[in-house]
Design a protein around this ligand. Structure first.
Ligand code: NAP
Length: 305
């Protein structure tokens, strides 16, 4: 019987593993693939994590994991298929068998949102990508487009501009929501063109993307834009589906929990990008992991025999 089963090994899960170990809890962190770090692994450069300016996202993910390993945190590679409440706590049903825990910390993060337009699914992996740092190198010297106006879209456009001949950033409004520092960097790049007030209606190509059908939402004008690749960066979808029947969620599927990370179900806690909150950053995910373990310690002291 574990004191806590932490589901997910992104920054929130890894921070929780470290805090749990240091607090003397019997904890296990379940990860569905062998590489810890979550979304941060696919970030080219992280420039807002205190003390490590400009660190590569992959390196930061590795540092988090190395820290947890150094302390002797327990990890298990397993896909959690269900969480069931029982008299002692919770049973986690995984693809590698069941395990018992007095509490559960949901730290499964989030996945990429899709546009759901014609051509997107058919050409996925054939010019349609959701990860510029993973696939950008295939488009060296070519023309690409990034769709979205948030931090990820702008970071992706900046990253792609280093190797692509030309990068279009296509945004549905006339202002970006990305951080000012990123916008400034983007606007200074000579090979980036922002296409404002525009949505993409279709992605075309035979075996490889060759063009986008774009529409100006203000004028209604439609035209084809020739590109070799398109990077979709239109936000994230919380990966909390596993617990949706057990805890309260908002209309978008984020698990509702305050800064103490306690959900509506006693014994289940939520940390990181899947928690309903205002600011989703590595630093806030890491801080959730620490807060969650503090709340779990209180819970174990006051609620569990
Ligand atoms: P986001 O901030 O939610 O931005 C999504 C963007 O996609 C928005 O500009 C949105 O347009 C646009 N969009 C959404 N649906 C669309 C659609 N169907 N068609 C066209 N455009 C659409 O998501 P994100 O950039 O993936 O970032 C996720 C979270 O991680 C955010 O909280 C972000 O701050 C955080 N993050 C932070 C950093 C950093 O600090 N360096 C880096 C990466 C991510 P509207 O603007 O019109 O809504």
């Amino acid at each position: 019987m574990y004191d806590v089963a932490i589901i997910g090994s992104g920054p929130a899960g890894l921070s929780a593993s470290i805090y749990a170990k240091r607090a003397g809890l019997h904890a296990v962190t379940l990860e569905q693939n062998p590489m810890s770090g979550g979304q941060v692994l696919n970030t080219y450069e992280v420039d807002n994590y205190p003390g490590l300016p400009g660190i590569n996202g992959f390196d930061l993910g590795m540092k988090f994991r190395e820290h947890a390993d150094k302390l002797g945190c327990e990890f298990r590679e397993a896909v959690v298929e269900a969480v069931k409440e029982n008299a002692q706590g919770f049973t986690l049903v995984t693809d590698g068998g069941e395990l018992q825990a007095k509490t559960v910390l949901a730290a499964m993060g989030a996945t990429h949102a899709k546009l759901n337009i014609p051509g997107e699914e058919e050409l996925s992996g054939m010019g349609v990508s959701y990860c510029a740092t993973c696939d950008g190198a295939f488009f060296r010297g070519r023309v690409t487009a990034v769709i979205g106006g948030g931090d990820v879209a702008v970071e992706d456009a900046i990253f792609l501009a280093r190797g692509c001949e030309k990068v279009y950033l296509i945004h549905r409004r006339d202002e970006l929501r990305a951080a000012a520092v990123l916008q400034k960097e983007l606007m200074a790049l000579p090979n980036v063109e922002v296409i404002w007030d525009t949505v993409v209606e279709k992605i075309s190509g035979e075996d490889q993307v060759d063009s986008l059908l774009i529409k100006n939402v203000k004028t209604g004008e439609k035209k084809a834009l020739l590109v070799d690749g398109v990077f979709v960066a239109v936000g994230i979808i919380p990966s909390g589906g596993l617990l949706q029947d057990l805890v309260d969620c908002d209309e978008k599927g984020y698990l509702i929990a305050g800064e103490d990370c306690a959900t509506s179900r006693p014994g289940i806690f939520a940390a990181g990008d899947l928690r309903k909150k205002k600011l989703r950053q590595i630093v806030t995910a890491v801080s959730d992991g620490a807060n969650a373990i503090t709340s779990i310690l209180d819970y174990l002291l006051n609620h569990v025999e």
